[in-house]
Design a protein around this ligand. Structure first.
Ligand code: PBE
Length: 293
């Protein structure tokens, strides 16, 4: 009997050691870096979030880490894949974003403040829009909603609605808000307006909503998807009439400085944003500083 117990204990001990062993490389405990191949899954290179993330790598001395360029869609696909397998992953993330309602995620603390403070999303108009399309200008100027509003549209899109339908449903249900935006504006008949945006999930939602509102007011609306740089250039050179996708004062600070005077900042359309490095809650790290270990 005793012999059996000893054999059993020995077997358990061996299995236990083997399990520990799989967590070690060359006798050293496996670090977070090892577990994710020293990669942070980023988005499109023009995003302010990518500049902030590159700055974070510097600020925290994470020299051997790579910020992987891609797109918002590629980032969320990688996140979903890792999350479903409970594998470690670190992504560049922001709020508002549907990923926080679909997955249990957390921001890594940023004690050095590389990602700046909370900011707001602004609406931009090209110079001269006020004279050329005064009613559209008024609506754009009065456009303001909340992260929860945006979340409704974003989640619908993530659940399979096309962006136009998701926006139309929201507009239909939120007549009171829309009435505030269109207050004092006259309907037009077929005036053309082009709104620029980047394929960030938050901006796909907001742009489609303002597009729907302008369409309902009689405009012939074009929503033009571009990269971040060209979005700012377009408003500055007048090839785009407006954008509701300017993150200020920090995230798009470079673009803002570069084109200052060549566009109109109509101010905040949404408050309550955040940017940073994001991981699934099942990962046992809490701060960007933990990546150094
Ligand atoms: N984002 C979403 C953008 C602004 C909107 C945070 C990815 C950026 O980083 O530029």
């Amino acid at each position: 009997m005793k012999k059996w117990i000893l054999i059993l204990l020995a077997a358990l001990l061996t299995a236990g050691l083997a399990a520990c062993g799989s967590d070690k490389t060359n006798g050293k405990a496996k670090t977070v870096g090892d577990s994710v191949d020293y990669k942070i899954i980023g988005i499109d290179p023009g995003a302010g979030l990518m500049k902030a993330s590159a700055k974070a790598l510097k600020d925290y001395g994470l020299d051997d880490w790579t910020l992987v360029e891609g797109s918002s869609a590629a980032m969320t696909a990688a996140l979903k894949k890792a999350y479903d397998r409970k594998e470690p992953i670190i992504v560049t993330g922001w709020t508002p974003h549907w990923m926080f309602s679909k997955f249990d995620l957390k921001y890594l603390d940023d004690p050095k403040g590389s990602f700046g403070k909370d900011e707001t999303i602004h609406t931009l108009a090209r110079n001269g829009l006020k004279d050329d399309l005064p009613d559209a200008y008024k609506i754009l100027d009065q456009f303001h909603w909340t992260p929860d509003d945006m979340g409704v549209v974003m989640n619908r899109i993530e659940d399979g609605d096309n962006p136009e339908d998701a926006a139309a449903k929201w507009v239909k249900k939120n007549g009171d808000k829309v009435a505030q935006w269109t207050k004092g504006a006259n309907k037009v008949s077929g005036d053309k307006i082009t709104i620029g945006y980047v394929a960030w999930d938050s901006e796909i939602a907001s742009t489609n909503v303002i597009g729907k509102v302008l369409t309902d007011m009689g405009y012939k609306v074009t929503l033009r998807q571009v990269e971040a740089g060209p979005m700012w250039t377009g408003v500055a050179d007048g090839s785009l009439d407006a954008s509701v996708a300017a993150w200020l004062p920090s995230t798009h600070a470079d673009y803002y400085k570069k084109y200052k005077g060549k566009f109109q900042d109509l101010g905040e359309n949404l408050a309550g944003t955040k940017l940073g490095l994001v991981v699934p809650k099942y990962m046992d790290i809490h701060s960007i500083e933990d990546l150094k270990k």
